[in-house]
Design a protein around this ligand. Structure first.
Ligand code: SF4
Length: 400
């Protein structure tokens, strides 16, 4: 299933296309001092490894700009310089060779300075993100609209765009972030009606996980499902690698980016569980994640419902009677001792990626299905009916 995306013009942040039908990109921001070149590069490499397409670094002082000059040529992904207040930092970041600037219209307010930066960007072919933020809105707009309303955020972006247009600069993406999710969603909806520039989505200052993840996902996913948004950033009070992972996972789960890594699904566990599902799932996650296998793996707590409930998973394991039933797309291929479940899952995942589904289904143990069925029957006898097999009860009810 795919979602219709809003049509926008396209810009390029270095080699990464944004808008105009390009894949939605993932962004994050370093938390190191930008002057710390090695520390910042280490974080950029970690972010790129976690699926981040574009990284932003603050450029708040001369040492930061000098750091950017050393970071940009060694970075595996394009770098955006984050600018607040100081026009000279914007110009210094351009000299450092950054692939994009982020300007905050709320604190870089002089039209002459805004137009100077836009002219420089135009001449150098460097795009700008207009980064409106509800928390640092231009005071005049705050007063005019009686607060940080969607109308005020959108007007701030439009004022900045008008300055850019005066100097014939159009290489722009826009964000209108707020920490309040309904305000953020409404602001982007309104903005998407009045501009065809690509939009950078984010819930600003969302806080630490899990609340920060929930808020960010609520805002970003709502808009993406409406076709709005071309690049995204989770703003978490956490290691930025968590932001990149969350962004990537959201896009993969919405089918907006190809699966790059593992998708682990696990049952929530219940009274039927034959194992500690939480432990087995986290052991499997730890063992599989580092291998970057692009498959969906299920860990199910019981053999009664497990394989059926996770039939759509590429590979899975369900526990029962001190054994694990290993299944590929719902078909039992092996029965393994309980203490070998995670190891068997990892080995089969690697074999599946290496040899393909047909080969691994052909290599299934012939006795696995009947053995698994015997376990299932024994558990049904011991635990009671399959909670999903209710048809005979319905028949009895109808006879009354
Ligand atoms: S798979 Fe089994 S243990 Fe897990 S939630 Fe379903 S019935 Fe419960």
């Amino acid at each position: 299933m795919t979602y219709a995306r809003r049509t926008t013009r396209q810009i390029h942040v270095g080699p990464v296309a944004v808008g105009g039908g390009a894949p939605v990109s993932v962004q994050s921001m370093t938390t190191t001092k930008t002057a710390d070149v090695d520390g910042t590069l280490a974080q950029i490499y970690a972010l790129a490894g976690a699926g981040c397409d574009i990284v932003r670094c603050t450029c708040n002082e001369q040492e930061a700009a000098e750091g950017l000059a050393r970071i940009v040529p060694r970075s595996p992904v394009p770098i955006v310089a984050d600018i607040h207040f100081h026009v000279e930092m914007a110009l210094a970041a351009l000299e450092a060779g950054v692939q994009c600037l982020r300007l905050n219209p709320g604190n870089l307010r002089k039209s002459s300075e805004i137009k100077l930066v836009a002219s420089e960007c135009r001449d150098r072919g460097v795009p700008i993100r207009i980064g409106v933020n509800a928390g640092s809105l231009h005071p005049d707009l705050y007063e005019k609209h009686g607060g940080a309303t969607p109308e005020a955020l959108v007007e701030s972006a439009q004022m900045e765009l008008a300055y850019f247009e005066e100097v014939d600069f159009h290489d722009v993406k826009i964000s209108v972030k707020a920490s309040n999710v309904p305000l953020m969603v409404e602001s982007y909806r309104m903005l998407s009606e009045v501009t065809d520039h690509p939009l950078h989505l984010g819930v600003t200052e969302a806080g630490p996980p899990p609340a920060g993840l929930v808020k960010s996902t609520a805002g970003i996913a709502t808009l993406l499902l409406e076709g709005i948004g071309d690049t995204i950033r989770y703003s978490l009070t956490a290691d930025p690698v968590e932001e990149a992972k969350a962004g990537r996972q959201l896009l993969e789960s919405l089918g907006l980016r190809e699966r790059k890594g593992l998708d682990l699904i696990a049952c929530p566990s219940c009274g039927r569980a034959e194992i500690d599902v939480i432990k087995v799932a986290s052991d499997a996650m730890a063992a599989l994640e580092s291998r970057h296998l692009p498959i969906q793996v299920a860990v199910m707590g019981c053999v009664v419902n497990g394989p059926g409930e996770a039939r759509q998973a590429d590979l899975g394991i369900a526990a029962g009677r001190k054994r694990g039933h290993l299944f590929i797309r719902g078909k039992i291929v092996r029965v393994v001792p309980e203490d070998e479940m995670v190891a068997a899952l990892v080995a089969e995942a690697e074999a599946l990626v290496r040899d393909g589904f047909e080969a691994r289904l052909a290599a299934a143990d012939a006795g696995a299905e009947p053995e698994a069925e015997a376990d299932r029957r024994a558990l049904l006898t011991a635990q009671g009916d399959d909670p999903n097999a209710v048809e005979h009860k319905v028949d009895l009810i109808r006879k009354h």
